[in-house]
Ligand binder design. Structure first.
Ligand code: COA
Length: 473
């Protein structure tokens, strides 16, 4: 077992600096670990306490009787070298160093010192300057963020604690889950590449997402080579911050990273097969498409809508995002015609008209799913008084479940509160749903880009193997 695997599957966790005072970071982390349901051994370490939150406390990590796989270190930075040394003596595999006050404030020497000590003993360091990590398959929430982390298949590696916390809330609001969440802060030792490699092997992760401020100097080539291998197994979506002059300066004082030239990063991402998102919304939008839908088998896409305008917007978005819209055969046009009123449009976009009810949608979906001409489906709905979006969402989810549909599908529902409820329902049912046609089509565009990328690097059966590994039939 690689040492890093212990981060995902620790048998035991110690919290060094577990505090007795509610409100302190060391208290919150211990409480989150307990309340999120970690099943292994848990050891609070605090020289001034004998018991915290019902767990026996130890004066130092070396005083713990059993083995310790992961030590979460939550003590002031100047005291960390001593604790890392004790972790080494104890045989701790990974030290998760929450403390701030290292290279991000110019204290490079202290950071180098803890890394040097850790290396002497074979301890790996996550951090410092992080808000912790979570791995949901093992019920680990070792963060001082919110307790709730929705379980799912998206892994998020972040150089920003705040963004990690934002994502935790977003996943719950949108009913989309995470496999893991890793704050990497200053990346003094374990970096984004190593974590991505770890997650490439993780069966619970279907897509790796990253908020990146910068890499350590001189690591560009290695980044491309190693990430290229990761992206041939799983999609990786990165949002790179610090693209403007002032943004770069902000990066230097946030994590001490080198933001570097944006053009260089752009080229590196392209070479490594990394999908670049420009906004947080886009990052999460793409991630949920990959987490919930299989990689497309082909490119021919059909749009089914009850609103002409939404169909036109989706058509534009398709062209802009390299999503080829199918030119349906006359035979297929005739079949679509039977699913709509006489004044509907059976071409692509298939416009069921504002008069459409559940039955029209399901009939049209049946035609699309059964047609060998169609590879991917975009379903659009604009709120009308004659069709409750929640009824439509339920019917679509049921249709997909009962027919075991494996054609890649994205959905956009446009409207108010009930539409939001319907979107959440669809997400819960593993069909990615968005509030606008552009977002749905853009996410599909990235999936098609990834399919093409895999095909350019792998043999046909290897692409199929990746597809199946991510979404077993
Ligand atoms: N071993 C074990 N426990 C120790 C210890 C040691 N060597 N030294 C101190 N402690 C205990 C203290 O007794 C205290 O427990 P108590 O509250 O029950 O008395 C607890 O550890 C915390 O120590 P304290 O000195 O009160 O520190 P703090 O809670 O004020 O701050 C940090 C500690 C790590 C949270 C703080 O230094 C820090 O770095 N904060 C920023 C964290 C951050 O923002 N990270 C990045 C997020 S993106």
């Amino acid at each position: 077992m690689s040492v890093l695997k212990a981060l995902l599957e620790p048998r035991s966790i110690a919290v060094v600096g577990a505090s007795r005072s509610p409100g302190k970071i060391g208290y919150t982390i211990l409480r989150n670990i307990i309340e999120y349901g970690f099943k292994g051994e848990l050891y609070p370490v605090n020289p001034n306490a004998t018991e915290i939150l019902g767990y026996r406390a130890y004066p130092s990590i070396t005083a713990i009787p059993g083995e310790v796989d992961v030590a979460v270190v939550v003590i002031p930075a100047p005291e960390t070298p001593k604790v890392i040394e004790e972790c080494g003596k104890k045989g701790v595999k990974i030290a998760v160093v929450i403390s701030s006050g290292f290279s991000e404030v110019g204290n490079t020497e202290l950071e180098e010192r803890i890394v040097k000590i850790a290396r002497e003993y074979g301890v790996r360091i996550l951090g410092p300057n992080i808000f912790g990590y979570a791995y949901t398959p093992r019920n680990i929430n070792a963060t001082f963020g919110p307790l709730e982390v929705a379980k799912g298949n998206i892994a998020f590696i972040t150089q920003s604690g705040a963004l990690g916390i934002a994502l935790m809330g977003w996943t719950i609001m949108n009913e989309i889950g995470l496999s893991g969440l890793f704050s990497i802060g200053n990346m003094a030792d374990i970096d984004v590449v190593e974590l991505s490699e770890l997650l490439a092997d993780d069966p619970s992760t279907r897509v790796i997402t990253v908020y990146l401020e910068g890499l350590k100097p001189g690591r560009g080539r290695e980044f491309i080579e190693r990430m290229s291998r990761v992206t041939l197994r799983k999609p990786v979506v990165v949002i790179k911050a610090g693209v403007t002059k002032r943004g770069m300066k902000a990066v230097a004082s946030h994590t001490g990273s080198l933001a570097g030239s944006d053009a260089l990063y752009e080229a590196a991402f392209k070479q490594a097969g990394i999908i670049r998102a420009r906004t947080i919304t886009e990052l999460f939008n793409i991630a949920r498409a990959f987490a919930q839908q299989p990689i497309p088998r082909g490119v021919n896409t059909v749009v089914i809508t009850n609103g002409g305008g939404a169909g036109v917007l989706a058509t534009d978005a398709a062209e802009l995002n390299n999503v080829p819209l199918l030119e349906p055969s006359q035979q297929l046009v005739e079949k679509f015609k039977e699913t709509m009123p006489w004044f509907g449009s059976p071409k692509n976009p298939v416009d069921l008209t504002g008069q459409a009810v559940v039955d029209n949608y399901i009939k049209a979906l049946k035609v699309a799913v059964e047609s060998p001409e169609v590879d991917n489906i975009v379903i659009l709905y604009c709120r009308t008084a004659i069709l409750d979006p929640r009824d439509l969402a339920k019917a679509i989810a049921e249709f997909y479940r009962e027919n075991n549909v494996s054609k890649t599908t994205v959905i956009a529902f446009i409207g108010g509160v009930e539409v939001y409820e319907a979107i959440r329902y669809l997400n819960r049912s593993s069909i990615p749903a968005y509030p606008t046609p552009e977002e749905a089509v853009a996410a599909l565009g990235k999936m098609l880009w990834y399919k093409k990328y895999l095909e350019s690097r792998l043999k046909k059966q290897e692409v199929e193997a990746v597809r199946l590994a991510l979404h077993p039939a």
